[in-house]
Design a protein around this ligand. Sequence first.
Ligand code: FES
Length: 274
Amino acid sequence: MTTLEDAKVTPVVLGGVRGGPSVPTLRKDRWWIQPVFTVSVLAAFVAYATWAAFVNNNYFVGAAQHRDLISPFYSPCLTATCVPGSHPGSIITWWTISPALLILIFPLGFRLTCYYYRKAYYRSFWWAPPACAVSDAHGSYSGESKFPLFFQNIHRYFFYAGLVFNTILTIDAIVAFRQPGDGLGFSVGTAVLLINATLLWLYSLSCHACRHLCGGGVKQFSAAPIRHRIWKTLTPLNAKHMVFAWMSLVFVALTDVYVRLVASGAIHDYGFHF
Ligand code: FES
């Protein structure tokens, strides 16, 4: 009979140090897949969004194609240089470069300061640490108390801005039912804008700052029944925040791709009118 004393003993090394010991981890699983995936998707998104924001064309499908579709990267289109029909009026006349650069700071700031994305990119890009039980690549840790990371604390204000943009993109999705020259209708483009707005709302409503805003700081839920109800509704969404973060990130880029392909004439936006 084999006793505990006879069993082969696996030495356990505890207490890895910051700055990376010679053996960074004892883990044998493929812990690196998640950081590699995160780096790949985020880098691809940033590269695509940067290109789409600077290219300054094919962001609107208008009356010539019996559609009213605008890319989320360019909405609201507020400058005098916007494609005719894509904006409510020449609100900002002094801005002469891409109108996307004027507004993208808000949704990008919201994502950049998101609590989930911080974890993702601190781990994947900064290796601080890259995964559980894998040593940190840095010798010290100051949290988010110093420049520039203390700017992460303005996340709640980007959350408020995000709500404004979600409202605008929801209006865009409703306006997409308009098919100039044909009346009202529904197309693949309408569905794409609707799904995009829905995912962005799910991302915002599952935000940690949103949950805290609705139910945080309450000492006694029985004394705040409405806030308690809202908090209970948001909590299951909050548990899926990571999923909504990725889905909305990928889909917002796909929405731009779809509008771009239709606007450029590469594909037709199939649909019908009532
Ligand atoms: S925590 Fe992710 S959007 Fe607020």
